[in-house]
Design a protein around this ligand. Sequence first.
Ligand code: CMC
Length: 434
Amino acid sequence: MAENTLTLIDNRTNQTYKVPIENGAIRAMDLRQIKTGPEDFGLMSYDPAFMNTASCKSTITFIDGDKGILRYRGYPIEQLAEHCTFLEVAYLLIHGELPTEQQKRGWVDDIKHHTMIHETTKDFMARFRYDAHPMEILVSTLAALATVYPEAKNIADPENRRRQIVRLIAKVPTIAAYAYRHSLGFPYVYPDNDLSYTENFMNMLWKMVEPKYVANPVLARALDILFILHADHEQNCSANAMRAVGSSHPDPYLAAAGASAALAGPLHGGANEEVLKMLDVIGDKKNIPDYIKKVKEGQFLLMGFGHRVYKNYDPRARIIKQIAEQVFQVTGTNPKLEIALELEKIALQDEYFVKRKLYPNVDFYSGIIYEAMGFKPEMFTVLFAIPRMTGWLAHWQEMLTDKEQKIARPRQLYVGSDLRKVPEQFGIKAAIGA
Ligand code: CMC
């Protein structure tokens, strides 16, 4: 039977090494034994942007990017989107299994009883400039929650961890909705615990003077499915930030602020906002060929296209396209859809995109739906952050309970100046403290 090992020959020394292969990978630390002599530090692997480095073992999300497969804890994303609510999926991501009826009741009840934010946090949010970007408000307010729950620092206690996980999943829609109301100058709306997770979010966004907000069920379900689709995506930039920040053991509010900051960038969660800006710039189907030409010349990227992992159609984009039809029956069609569909059609036939395996990703159509629902583009990344909080927390918990994990601290290849002396012209400054 073939051996699960890799044999390496160091041509510098003619030495041979045998290293084990486990789960299709070798351990980078096994390379360290490969030295040219006792003074040599040992061989490292160089992998900018983690193109081929697994930083952890995980049981949360499985992606096969070539086949366009996405599963949470083994369940295909298509089935979860069809049969589950977002809070059931959140339970699955955090606990590893779908809840029983009794577990679900307890979980939903727990989340509902932590939706309010402290009045001082509400006041804190009210102090942002009138035109502050809602995503920046969210990032800052998540960090500010650390000041309200100092006991969250005790991350070694599983019960304490669970309490903070519930708080974060419960409060992120409240913070998101307040960030939105703030940008409109509207008063904040307190959570309504009679409503589902998504309906309550809609209530905090859009309730005006009516005594009870009633969400449109089609839009509420569409938003719930969008939340399911965005809940996790294995070691993406923000999950990696959550793990990296969390690895130095701050409380989860600070780690979540770091993760959401990573999400805010236009190459990650910020892409959905950029897609809408791009469709505005294109303006009309007739301008698409010229736009594509400029993309191919490298003037800018086609936002909402391409993915580090998917080299096939993003399965989430396929589900989102179906949701779009249902939403538009309620809201009326978003005229940008026509431009997006045509853009996709042209891009998928173009050699530049075919050769590079660039397909629409989750962000390509989500913004068009959000806009039809009444959101401004500035809110799109916030809408991504709400469900992704669950994924971040699942990763945070997995990282903390993984005995192999330590503080995340990559190596570097130093390629800067060799030892040098500060030039004489700088003289000698007064001694510190003199
Ligand atoms: N438009 C035009 N060309 C592209 C695009 C694009 N959207 N994406 C990649 N390419 C080209 C890129 O220029 C490169 O070409 P070449 O080989 O000639 O240098 C080739 O395709 C490979 O791209 P890459 O930059 O090496 O791929 P990556 O895995 O490092 O980047 C990505 C992945 C998602 C950052 C990138 O595709 C991108 O910037 N897309 C646009 C932003 C976007 O939609 N982001 C959302 C990602 S999905 C949701 C999420 O994760 O938040």
